[in-house]
Design a protein around this ligand. Structure first.
Ligand code: PBG
Length: 325
């Protein structure tokens, strides 16, 4: 055989493969989503997501210690209040569960990792929508923006480094940026869920936050069949001042992530959502895939598609795996 081109030469051993590796997952780029539930004394496990729990304030503290020790990039806080109402009023309670959790976490971590607060109303409303409703029962975009603005200032004053605008309201990034700047929070960054799809893969999350939602979010989250629409959403968010752009879900939307990476200069984030995690865990539990290899492969693929930042419930475990390698 007269083969001059032998790509296998660069795969002869692990050292050679490492030498030419194009994409490496680093633990500093991982964000761990966390759930804290008001009034809990013991953590409560979540169906389909082994190792993921609704935290009590005590167990949350312990989890943050682990995150600090393992050196991941950040945590993203979701809170489940005791009381819900039409307007999601608890979100604006300075001593409500979300503000309190953010305050406690920030006091614990200082500048050692990034505290991202979820900025959305769905955990706080009695109807479960990401915004407030108008007299016809439709999600009222502009009234919701006013509430997001108030939430943003509260979360920033309680120590959040970054706010995750996940509600898919039009103009949310611009509205939040404007009020933050006015309140002298110029340095608080915005992680914009720019392209967030109305996905079937949020199932276990809805249990995790005890979602009250009837119906769906299709009037604000995107249609999975579209990609141009995502590029438009992403462009708008960048124009409105987004610091990082997120594409969500993660595993199924690599094309969107990649397309975004070709057109924007801000860092990109991807979120391996609850249902995606649950699929892998279910397959692994049946011995169908090698769990650790599958997890690392998924993260590597997200990176290859263009993600700098990866939100994953596996963050702590992946940090441990990478340390061991
Ligand atoms: C809504 C929100 C959702 C998720 C994160 N933020 C659910 C939804 O839009 O219904 C899903 C995350 C996951 O499934 O892991 N604020």
């Amino acid at each position: 055989m007269e083969l001059t081109q032998r790509p296998r030469r660069l795969r002869v051993n692990q050292a050679m493969r490492n030498l030419v590796s194009e994409n490496v997952v680093q633990k500093e780029s991982l964000i761990l989503p966390l759930f804290v539930r008001e009034g809990l004394t013991n953590p409560v496990s979540i169906k389909g997501m082994p190792g993921v729990v609704q935290h009590s304030s005590e167990s949350l503290k312990h989890e943050i210690d682990r995150a600090l020790a393992l050196g991941i990039g950040g945590v993203m806080v979701f809170a489940i209040p005791e009381i819900r109402d039409e307007m999601g009023s608890e979100a604006l309670n300075p001593d409500g569960i979300l503000n309190k959790a953010v305050r406690d976490i920030r006091a614990q971590v200082g500048e050692s990792l990034i505290v991202v607060a979820d900025l959305c109303l769905d955990e706080f409303t009695s109807h479960g929508h990401c915004g407030v409703l108008d007299q016809f029962g439709r999600v009222d975009n502009d009234r919701t923006l006013e509430i997001y603005g108030e939430m943003a200032v509260l979360l920033a004053s309680n120590g959040a480094h970054m706010l995750g605008t996940s509600g898919m309201m039009d103009g949310q990034v611009g509205a939040v940026r404007k009020v933050l700047d006015k309140a002298s929070f110029q340095d608080i960054s915005i992680l914009a869920y720019a392209a967030k799809y109305a996905s079937a893969f949020y199932g276990p999350f809805r249990d995790a936050v005890e979602s009250q939602l009837q119906g769906d979010r299709k009037s604000y989250q995107q249609d999975p069949s579209n990609i141009k629409e995502s590029l438009r959403e992403i462009q708008l968010d960048v124009e409105e001042g987004a610091d990082i752009i997120m594409v969500k879900p993660g595993m199924m939307y690599l094309d969107v992530l990649h397309a975004a990476s070709q057109v924007v200069n801000v860092p990109l984030a991807s979120y391996i959502v609850s249902g995606e995690m649950a699929m892998v865990e279910a397959a692994a539990a049946q011995g169908l895939v090698d769990r650790e290899r599958a997890i690392l492969e998924i993260l590597t693929c997200l990176r290859r598609a263009g993600a700098q930042v990866i939100c994953t419930y596996w963050a702590l475990e992946v940090a441990q795996l990478l340390d061991r390698k």
